[in-house]
Design a binder for this molecule. Structure first.
Ligand code: ADP
Ligand code: MG
Length: 379
């Protein structure tokens, strides 16, 4: 967990919705080799993952990679074709009618994409909906605690139709946290919010989940969202996990081109190892700059991962230029220039908005990164 992700623990110990995580090393959710096929279509393919107590893990991947099917398998809305799922130490996907736990027999909460609030029930009644085991007084106390947790105390009696999108999401969260699920599932939780609210609610949802101490699995196709809210991110491709790790680890050390390209803009610089140097279209780099450089043997051809913020374009005249600007993309605070190198590689360079190059301009490209560079054996 990075410093900016430290949970907010500044709450009173009398607040009953605050749950300390008993044992962060304990596995609450274990997915062991699950497969789900629909005839010829394999939606989830031999996927394994484990999620620890109080952890927020995000499944991140392109549309159709099997994220929603995985959540539906966890919720008990689908039966796996093969493999097992254990929740809080109990097998929920055993054989036969007794072994397979239906959704209502699992301690799993779900926050739906469209929030799915009951429109004819008030905020408090929505939150109380799943609290069937408590008496009236205990129910009211728990609802009050949950509304305080999600910062909606003043909206107790309002109807969902009179709430903003962000407030509706808070109610949906409070409702799904009310029965204290072992695992909370969130499918594309921010997709119904406008862009500005999305960024605000990302932080807010993380704060709420951390204060509740709940173990959660969320799903998104948005890499920035996944990297910003999660303790760990599992990048999925074709029904299986391509890589899992904490956000900085997967972003800085993607194990494959797929993961590198899915997490932000990636360009690959082809190079050839010659002794202690790597010869590239930007000139010679010290081989020590490569991550795990011991594996880059003399004579190997490699593709070095470079992201837009790793590179700077500098105006120059031929013959000193490394290539030409072929495109300029304006992003508001920055420009990203696409540069075609004389070597044939295409790279991207990010600059602040006051620097402008025209398309066609010759440039030298400098490596500005001070971190080690990920690389892959050339294809
Ligand atoms: P994601 O949520 O990552 O976009 P899904 O889990 O919805 O992906 O789908 C994964 C794959 O499984 C897709 O190719 C999809 O078409 C297929 N799929 C999902 N549900 C069904 C179904 N009920 N019947 C047939 N194919 C399905
Ligand atoms: Mg989906």
């Amino acid at each position: 967990m990075t410093a900016q992700h430290q949970p907010d623990l500044g709450a009173s110990e009398f607040d009953t919705v605050e749950a300390a995580v008993d044992d962060p090393e304990r596995t609450v959710l274990e997915i062991d080799g699950i497969t789900k096929d629909y005839g010829q279509e394999v939606a989830v393919d031999d996927l394994s993952l484990s999620v620890r107590d109080g952890e927020l893990l995000t499944l991140l991947g392109p549309s159709g990679c099997g994220k929603t099917t995985t959540l539906r398998l966890l919720a008990g809305l689908e039966r796996p074709t093969a493999g097992h799922i254990d929740i809080a130490g109990e097998r929920v996907t055993g054989d036969g009618e007794d072994g397979f736990r239906q959704p209502d027999q699992r301690d799993v909460g779900i926050v739906f994409q469209d929030f799915a609030l009951f429109p004819h029930l008030s905020v408090a009644e929505n939150v109380a909906f799943g609290l069937t085991d408590l008496d009236e007084t205990a129910t009211q106390r728990r609802v009050d605690d949950l509304l305080e947790l999600v910062d909606l105390t003043d909206h107790h009696d309002k109807m969902p139709g009179n709430l903003s999108g962000g407030q509706q999401q808070r109610v949906a969260l409070a409702r799904s946290l009310a029965p204290e699920p072992d695992v909370l599932l969130l499918d594309e939780p921010f997709s119904n919010l406008d862009v500005r609210l999305r960024v605000e609610m990302r932080e807010e949802v993380r704060r709420i989940l951390k204060r509740a101490g709940v173990t959660a699995v969320s799903v998104t196709h948005d890499q920035e969202e996944a990297l910003s809210i999660s303790d760990r991110v599992a990048i999925m491709n074709d029904g299986t996990v391509a890589q899992v790790g904490d956000p900085a680890e997967v972003f800085e050390n993607p194990e494959s081109r797929f993961v590198a390209s899915f997490l932000g803009q990636a360009s690959f610089l082809s190079g050839r190892v010659a002794g202690t140097a790597v010869e590239t279209g930007l000139g010679s780099l010290d081989v020590d700059r490569l991550n795990g450089s011991v594996d880059a043997y003399d004579g190997a051809t490699v593709d070095v991962l470079v992201r837009p913020d790793d590179l700077r374009a500098v105006p120059t005249s031929e013959p000193k230029a490394d290539g030409y600007v072929v495109h300029r993309q304006y992003n508001g605070p920055s420009f990203v220039y696409r540069v075609e190198l004389h070597s044939g590689d295409v790279v991207h360079c990010m600059h602040n908005h006051v620097e402008t190059f025209a398309a066609g301009e010759p440039v030298a490209v400098q490596l500005a990164a001070d971190h080690d560079l990920a690389w892959y054996p050339a294809e």
